[in-house]
Design a binder for this molecule. Sequence first.
Ligand code: GCW
Length: 704
Amino acid sequence: MTGDARGWHAGWLPSQAWRAIGTRRVFLPGPSGAGAAVAAEAAGAAGADLVETVAAEIAAAVRTHGGRLDRTGPAGPADLVLALAAAGPGDGVAGWDDLRTEVAGTLGAEGFAITRRAATLVCADAPAGLLHGLFHVLRAGDAAFGAPFGVRRHRPAMRRRMVDHWDNVDVHPVMGQVERGYAGGSLFWTAGAFTADPARIRAYARLLAACGVNAVAVNNVNVHPTEARLLTDRIGEVAAIAGWMRPYGIRVHLSVSFAAPRTVGALHTADPCDPAVRAWWAAAARDVYAAIPDFGGFVVKADSEGQPGPFGYGRDHADGANMLADALAPHGGVVHWRAFVYNHHQDWRDRGTDRAKAAHQHFAPLDGRFRDTVIVQVKHGPVDFQTREPVSPVIAAMPGTRLAVEVQATQEYTGQQRHVCYLGTPWSETLGFGWAGGQTVASVAAAGGGLVAVANTGADAFWTGHPLAQANLYAYGRLAWDPALDPCAVLDEWITLTFGAAAGPDAEPRRTLHAIMDDSWRGYERYTAPLGVGFMVRPGHHYGPDVDGYEYTGWGTYHFADRDGVGVDRTRATGTGFTGQYPQPWSRIYESPDECPDELLLFFHHVPYGHVLRSGTTVIQHIYDSHFAGVEQVERMRERWRALPPGGLLSAALHARVSERLDEQVRSAREWRDQINAYFFRKSGVPDADRRALDGARRPVIPR
Ligand code: GCW
């Protein structure tokens, strides 16, 4: 396996990526070096460890590449100097005093400043900043050691950049070891047993930190009986994971069941206003912090898809979340309380209920009632991680509440890590979405609870099943650090780090990877559900097409196609009124079928097949055209990949894995095309303007 002798892929950290640092002389004041005592005191014990993590990373790099690391002064003729502002590298480092005077005290817990004088200087106020500064130099490579440049300050936009695992302890009879997991088993548990490999978890933490992630929730938000015990008698397992991740600045969070006082405790109720329940949670939190002093907090899915919650006791979500916040507050923890609350036993005949409206209906009225340490975690769209959704109106509706925005790196609805689908593109669009008053999704998340991604990683040797899906995790971390980054530039960073010199600026691997990945999300959209209508996936596992699979169920995900037209009328004028949940200008734009962006038309409107899109084509012809185009795109992707020989960091194993997945993507895309096109042709009776065979049917040749 490329890059690591221990059997798993190095991801974006193969030793070759460290060449620029590893060939140079690096000075990092060490425990016995100048000012170390000051630094350790400023950082606290855990922080001091991060400096040693930085040291270990550099030591490994110089060992491989022939450079040298000094920990005791004077700094001498170093090429790279990393030091805490409070301690400094000692005398004789040109430019350091100016740098420190300019930036000390402005960098926060994780920020850093970098400048190039005679040497490259990295300064941080706290140890985590040095770690992120090191990974920054790693990304920059030789460019960090070229012509001098002035002081550049880097601070994360989002304070918390979290990855949520949906890992189960037991194998769930329907959802398996990892709910919606497409990357092998769990990194933590196998069939009920704690099987985490310390070296692998450390490597995972390193991978996460190197793209900017700083928090991990270890278990599924659907908390089943065994998993509920992670809070109590199995807390040692969580503590072990926390111990392996801590050296990379990652704090561990835990999903808990709202019913825990009843199910793992001995109480007869979980009513959040009952004093015994409050005392139970306070004691539980105390015990957790005794085991994990820097524990991050709880993640809660309540009153959602069968999970227990405050509604069962006639209380609301502020009552429930605040009760848990009060239990955690004395220890510095937060509650991530998910806003994914809706009725999943809806009657499909009931046209007054709209699942898209549910989160806003439940949460917007509670704005201002949540404690400061409650973070309401909102899915980026109003329904459920579809390939294309509008931004959730909840994000603009709760100025008095800390919100985190949740995206799904695990590709439940975007090809399940069998299809290439680079998600940096839609995430960047979502983060940049703004409304009257100058707010954006990114600014709300940055001012509130940050960004959360459902993990796409697992026990698979490539971490993510599809090797190219690694780019999604990488892009998530980078966009959470800086939402203004261009997703194609982020992809380019990932290519450089992952495939190294073989992907040099004009080399074919880089061109091929961009050709395959840059537009892959739009490609996936082309051959799946059209114009934002969503779903049309097979019920249950959600892979592959089934146009009417959810149409007559209780899940609230309908397309309403009939012989005349398709789409969901969510207007105020004639539909569910969902458009009214948006601030201006979107409330107006989405209300109008003429102003609504084409790609969301069927999310907001039910229109006749002959409706002419802003693009000038009819809805029905667009459906046909985009499905043919989507398949052609995937066929070209496969050709490009096949033409690329393996070599260097692009190992034969990786090449073969991607090839095998592209074969499946081509098969699946054709299946989508033929089912969607046949379905809409049969419903509408409208032929294709280009007279292509719409159902992909191969009819028997009847001899004359
Ligand atoms: O997307 C849906 C998934 C469920 C998931 C749920 C959620 C963990 O199909 O598997 O449950 O969302 O986000 O809670």
